[in-house]
Design a protein around this ligand. Sequence first.
Ligand code: HEM
Length: 447
Amino acid sequence: MRTLSSPPGPKGHLVGNNLREYARDPLGFLSGCAREYGDVVGLRFMGQTIYLLSDPSLIEYVLVENKRNFTKTRILRRNRRLLGEGLLTSEGEFWRRQRRLAQPAFHRKRVAVYGEVMAALAERSLEAWRDGQTIDIHEEMMHLTLEIVAKCLFDADVGARATDVGKAMKAVLEDFSSQRRLIRIPKRIPTPHNIRFEMAARRLDDIVGTIIENRCKSEEDRGDLLSMLMLAEDDSGERMTNKQLRDEVMTLFLAGHETTANALSWTFWLLSLNPNAEDELAEELVRVLGGRTPTISDLSDLPCVERVIKESMRLYPPAWVVGREAIAECEVSGYRMPVGTTALMSQWVMHRDPRYHDDPERFDPDRWTAEYKEGLPRFAYFPFGGGSRQCIGAGFAMVETCLVLATVAQRFRLEFTPGQRVEPHASITLRPRRGIRMTLAERSNGG
Ligand code: HEM
């Protein structure tokens, strides 16, 4: 057992069951707890003890220094119908092996190859956009990022089924949020909600199954992630079972597009509300690209693009909370954490903490100077998590969001369509609850 060097935070044990308040407004509830009670807040959710940790060094302790003492949480385990034993949910030696197998597909050199596909697909989706047209940017980005992940990792074209996947994702995420209700109805009982979820899961099974089947038929090694996973052999020469393969493909398929779509949707919305930042970005794009399609080697000359993405993920982190469960008793900042206690660490809370981010509610891409980055404790900003379970697609996602933003923003200005309320919906990810309608204004001569 280890005691942390930082002093214990103010005592923050709330009594009673906090699930009701949490379910009503998870973002507001967690921020309020951290603000009112300090860096360690004890909560009770249906008899379960939860610690909300809001000090970067405590988050580092759980995710990095003492990571062997923690597993993913039971809420994720409960959601195995869809993700099975994929990278996001598996544990131990099995997870380590799978992560090693998948890692080469996310190597920097490989991501550089994907860059071309990303920009080309973004260009292609713009062909249907017209000056003056109103679009739902979230729907558009879900469509585009799905096509990108399927093409890059599995060499599959899913354009025709993107609407299907979008609907299924919505049902799946609603199911996840519904698990915060006080009364939970087991999945086997055919309520309309459970039936909707099962149908959505089957639709996704069918799409992922088709991707795998088509490749099995061709038996071709295309050098992509799907081939890597299919052809990998363990020490005894065994290949992955169909079920293992299905779980990994499903996990990457889902984890690899919805988060990125959210990041981009929040970005376009924030830019529409901040014309100065928008102008600065447009000016950089004209100067560096002059209307041509961006490539990965342009990104180092587009610092404003990266700053905008980073700032957008600070204010609206697509993954807004991570959780871990203690498998052995330990101590956090002087508080005993018995076996089974969950540690919650929230990007939403940390990214808006005024101790680390000046004027935290303000969208200000220019804050991302070298000095600012150097001064930030590691876990005051962690959109991709941290430690060994850090997002495997972090590099992929940064290149993708930057290239898509550059491609779109040099062709169109996206104006917020008045008369709608934009609201974050905190499910597994943070997505705009009712989408975001935006009106397209085509730029003349790329400017
Ligand atoms: C802006 C986009 C993204 C964000 C904000 C994001 C965020 C995260 C976070 C916070 C985690 C860690 C969860 C935890 O510690 O419990 C994670 C894990 C993961 N992400 Fe991402 N992600 C993004 C994009 C992607 C992409 C593009 C892919 C794949 C193509 C991907 C695949 C995964 C996988 C497989 C894991 C589990 C890794 C493991 O445990 O070994 N993510 N992501």
